[in-house]
Write a protein that binds this ligand. Structure first.
Ligand SMILES: *[C@@H]1O[C@H](CO)[C@@H](O)[C@H](O)[C@H]1NC(C)=O
Ligand SMILES: *[C@@H]1O[C@H](CO)[C@@H](O)[C@H](O)[C@H]1NC(C)=O
Ligand SMILES: *[C@@H]1O[C@H](CO)[C@@H](O)[C@H](O)[C@H]1NC(C)=O
Ligand SMILES: *[C@@H]1O[C@H](CO)[C@@H](O)[C@H](O)[C@H]1NC(C)=O
Length: 225
């Protein structure tokens, strides 16, 4: 990441603030950031494997950082240790169904896990907790909520889309029908008016064709001479 990028600046802001204020309290509370991303809920299908995302950022780097994942606040499901930025974490303990999938040597300190074979009893709160000895043991955590479903309720969306589509289509058809009706009525009216005009004019002319069928009179309507 370029140092001048908006993300870098956003991340640097608390560090800068802490440095400017020169207060350790602020440095401790503002320096370490832990995040599960933009949305704090994740939905998983029964029996699927679900990614529980988490990244952290530090101002001054880290040393022997310990990170933990808790289920419903208290049940430890994963714990790992990271020596420094140049190394990947080493697991301390993990639930057999939990797998570390992150990486801490790339630009993000990604400490995401995957929970395999999701069951309905796995629904709840997952907290990603980080403790950095290099920042006077600063701690921070972020939480993501897991819901487990039989079927992806995206069908809800589909149903809504179908309803919107059908209603929209029906309204469209109605408008089209009304338009066609108007046009047809207009044409009928026009042709009838035309016929009347022809009949009137032809009778006024006192022509030999007087009394002929309307169709013929109509054809003669535009005087071309
Ligand atoms: C969850 O999935 C498993 C395997 O597909 C199935 O046996 C079980 O009945 C499912 N549970 C529910 C409540 O649907
Ligand atoms: C963290 O790593 C996982 C697995 O590689 C990936 O799916 C996820 O998008 C990463 N998250 C971030 C914020 O980089
Ligand atoms: C975890 O928490 C959720 C909601 O907070 C609750 O519905 C669920 O029963 C809890 N699960 C366990 C195993 O304690
Ligand atoms: C997460 O942080 C809050 C304060 O921000 C704290 O009250 C809570 O105990 C922490 N949770 C865990 C699991 O460490």
């Amino acid at each position: 990441m370029a140092p001048g990028s908006p993300a870098a600046r956003r991340r640097a802001a608390p560090c800068l603030l802490a440095a400017l204020l020169g207060l350790h309290i602020f440095a401790i509370t503002l320096a370490l950031e832990v995040s599960v991303g933009k949305t704090n809920t994740v939905m998983a299908l029964n029996n699927s494997n679900v990614l529980l995302p988490c990244v952290f950022t530090t101002c001054i780097g880290f040393q022997d950082l310990v990170f933990s994942w808790y289920f419903n606040t208290t049940e430890l499901i994963y714990q790992g240790k990271i020596k420094n930025k140049a190394t990947e974490p080493t697991p301390i303990w993990h639930n057999p169904r939990v797998e570390f999938v992150g990486s801490t040597t790339k630009k993000d300190n990604n400490i995401s896990i995957v929970l395999n074979g999701v069951e309905f009893s796995d629904a709840g709160k997952y907290t990603c907790h980080v403790k950095n000895p290099k920042e006077r043991n600063a701690q921070h955590n972020a939480t993501i909520f897991l819901t487990v479903v039989h079927k992806m309720v995206e069908t809800d969306n589909t149903v809504t889309l179908i309803i919107v589509g059908v209603v929209g289509g029906l309204i469209g058809l109605l408008i089209l029908f009304m338009l066609i009706k108007r046009v047809v009525l207009f044409i009928i009216k026009k042709t009838q008016d035309g016929k009347k005009e022809c009949l009137v004019s032809s009778s006024g002319n006192d022509n030999t064709e007087n009394g002929l069928a309307g169709s013929k009179a109509e054809q003669k309507a535009p005087p071309k001479a």
